[in-house]
Write a protein that binds this ligand. Structure first.
Ligand SMILES: Nc1nc2c(ncn2[C@@H]2O[C@H](COP(=O)(O)OP(=O)(O)OP(=O)(O)O)[C@@H](O)[C@H]2O)c(=O)[nH]1
Ligand SMILES: [Mg+2]
Length: 195
């Protein structure tokens, strides 16, 4: 897919506020710090259109990025990070849940997993829940630049084993540091967006 332009549209803390122009949406979900915002930047060849941080908990709202005036990427808050206050975590969780249940334009959820750790319980919960909503799901394992070949093979085996029971696409593997996976991910997203 050729990216002509991408614009940051806004951050929304309630589903009632999200854009209503009927463009299809792809949402990026996963644990805090897994690399959701970094992957969006990598895919769009932008430095910081989705804001990233070393400190988990950077993304706190539904962040909308419009691409080619044709579709949106939605950068979601992360889950599972211990240092965020419990009430705040609950609020993010509810926001993600209500978004996934109510956005009529959501075409697929990209479930990001850290390739060094494999799927955690919270990742499996998300995948299973997205499947129960009958929303297509693409699994992407991030940060492959941190693995050697042996670790990469092990990671691939482990992820395949843990997700095979779910009706998901992937796993694909990515590195926002060296661009690995960009082409394959765009191919998969284009299919999911029917573009
Ligand atoms: N080496 C390496 N580092 C990465 C990669 N992707 C993300 N990071 C780093 O991981 C940290 C977290 O990245 P973010 O993209 O902000 O993670 P996030 O999932 O959006 O986090 P929250 O918004 O807090 O939920 C940053 O320090 C990134 O530079 C990758 O592919 N390789
Ligand atoms: Mg983020």
């Amino acid at each position: 897919m050729k990216i002509k332009y991408s614009d940051f549209v806004g951050s929304f803390s309630a589903v009632e506020q999200i854009p209503k122009d009927q463009l299809p949406e792809i949402a990026f979900a996963g644990r805090s710090n897994v690399g959701k915002s970094s992957l969006i930047n990598m895919l769009l060849t932008r430095k910081n259109i989705a804001r990233t941080s070393n400190t988990p908990g950077k993304t706190r709202m539904l962040n909308y990025i419009r691409i080619n005036d044709a579709f949106y990427f939605v950068d979601l808050p992360g889950f599972g990070f211990a240092k965020v206050a419990k009430a705040e975590k609950q609020r993010w969780h509810q926001l993600i849940e209500s978004y996934m249940q109510n956005s009529s334009q959501l075409r697929a959820v990209v479930s990001l997993i850290d390739s060094r750790h494999g799927p955690m319980n919270s990742d499996i919960e998300l995948i299973s829940w997205v499947a129960s909503l009958e929303i297509p799901c693409l699994v992407i394992a991030t940060k492959t630049d941190k693995l050697n070949r042996k670790q990469f093979n092990e990671s691939q085996q482990l992820i395949l084993q843990k997700i095979e029971q779910f009706p998901v696409h992937g796993p694909l593997f990515s590195s926002s540091a060296n661009g690995q996976g960009k082409k394959e991910i765009w191919q998969s997203l284009s299919t999911l967006l029917e573009l």
